[in-house]
Design a binder for this molecule. Structure first.
Ligand code: HEM
Ligand SMILES: *[C@@H]1O[C@H](CO)[C@@H](O)[C@H](O)[C@H]1NC(C)=O
Ligand SMILES: *[C@@H]1O[C@H](CO)[C@@H](O)[C@H](O)[C@H]1NC(C)=O
Ligand SMILES: *[C@@H]1O[C@H](CO)[C@@H](O)[C@H](O)[C@H]1NC(C)=O
Length: 335
């Protein structure tokens, strides 16, 4: 609650700153392609069931959406979209992906929304719908609920049989990466700089903990002690909001300080004004190959929504397992 209040206070301050294949479902064998109709016969109501659970969860806890979107990204970038990120450290014999991410504080509500949808689906069509498909559908639905674009999600992903903390290293972007380094990482996953910028637009929602950007605020090598690429009033507000972050590591700040709960293009409008929260956000504006897309999306929400929708569909196909390459887990947090 304290953290939430701080975020609200900062928001008020910032506001003043600027004026496989279809049919089978059980589908043995036939690997390879995903299809929007994958569960047409085996679980025809899958999209409705997920949508209902997701909407109820988001109403009960509005931070679900951003957390789930981030969870989906992390799942897909580490060994493909196979729900390996969902495996609980309590259930695995070896340290799973999620253990390596403890400091990244993947939010509990995003795991919970998938678990709830899974329970509903196990009643409606037992042993049929993979956790990886549920996460892809939930992320898509939640983007729509926040006002973002809607897009189709191809289905038929299988769940992983393994989840290993050691697989995380080197596969996720870090805030201390240069834009060039991020572009290299995304290229390795098959994404262009344009798609990198579109996907980074997910930071139009949600929040970050002070520890992720504190190096920009205190003892930065500059006259005022903060990163001079930050808007000065924003920097001072952050300095004060985050002042106690070491004793209270839960203090967090909205990624898009202007319209934090709305999926829109304002994140991109913030970057040229020094209102990007993470160093990695600011870096997208400093690097010519990404700056051009930041500018385009800042000027044109439609362009952002179209590219984001396309990039999300591509993200949902990264490293997917189909047919016998994977399984349908009964419980998303247990291998
Ligand atoms: C481009 C490089 C990226 C970096 C360096 C990065 C890093 C981060 C960091 C450090 C946080 C704060 C975590 C915390 O303190 O709890 C965060 C939050 C978030 N990230 Fe990223 N991220 C990147 C790209 C993406 C992409 C591609 C997506 C999704 C498509 C995404 C979605 C999110 C969301 C929605 C949040 C807010 C989470 C919440 O409110 O619970 N990020 N990111
Ligand atoms: C998490 O952070 C703590 C304290 O900063 C550190 O000691 C620990 O090694 C970190 N764990 C991982 C997995 O990075
Ligand atoms: C970036 O931060 C990670 C930890 O999050 C650290 O392991 C790495 O060495 C840092 N890289 C640079 C270039 O500072
Ligand atoms: C905005 O982007 C859309 C989609 O790319 C494009 O059709 C439209 O012409 C653009 N609008 C402006 C004003 O440039």
């Amino acid at each position: 609650m304290g953290a939430l209040l701080l975020r609200c206070a900062l928001l008020a301050l910032a506001a003043g700153l600027v004026a496989a294949r279809g049919g089978g479902g059980g589908g043995a064998g036939a690997a390879g392609r995903l299809s929007p109709n994958y569960y047409r016969h085996s679980c025809p109501r899958v999209e409705r069931i997920v949508a209902d659970v997701v909407a109820a969860k988001q109403r009960a806890n509005p931070s679900t959406a951003a957390g789930t979107l981030r969870l989906f990204f992390h799942d897909c970038f580490v060994g493909g979209c196979d729900a390996s990120v969902l495996v609980s450290p309590l259930s695995a014999d070896r340290s799973p992906e999620r253990a390596a991410e403890i400091n990244l504080s993947l939010p509990g509500d995003s795991f919970d929304v998938v678990a709830r949808a899974k329970v509903a689906l196990e009643v409606a069509c037992p042993g049929t719908v993979s956790c990886a498909d549920i996460l892809a559908l939930a992320a898509r639905d939640l983007v729509g609920i926040l006002g973002g674009p809607r897009f189709p999600v191809a289905l038929g992903r299988r769940d992983a049989r393994r989840s290993d903390a050691r697989d995380v290293e080197g596969n996720l972007p870090r805030t201390n990466m240069s834009a060039r380094a991020m572009a290299v990482l995304f290229a390795r996953k098959g994404f262009t700089p344009r798609e990198l910028v579109a996907l980074a637009g997910a930071h139009t929602v949600g929040f970050s903990h002070c520890g992720e950007f504190a190096h920009r605020l205190y003892s930065f090598r500059s006259a005022d002690g903060y990163d001079p690429s930050l808007n000065p009033a924003f920097a001072r507000a952050l300095q004060s909001s985050c002042a106690n972050y070491r004793s209270d590591p839960t203090i967090s700040i909205f990624n898009d300080i202007m319209t934090p709960g709305k999926f829109d293009e304002v994140y991109f409008k913030n970057l040229p004004r020094g209102l990007g929260l993470l160093a990695s956000d600011a870096a997208l504006w400093e690097y010519p190959a990404t700056r051009v897309f930041v500018q385009r999306y800042a000027d044109n929400r439609t362009a952002f929504f179209e590219d984001f929708a396309a990039a999300m569909q591509k993200l949902g196909a990264v490293g997917v397992k189909t047919g016998r390459q994977g399984v349908v887990r009964r419980h998303c947090d247990v291998l």
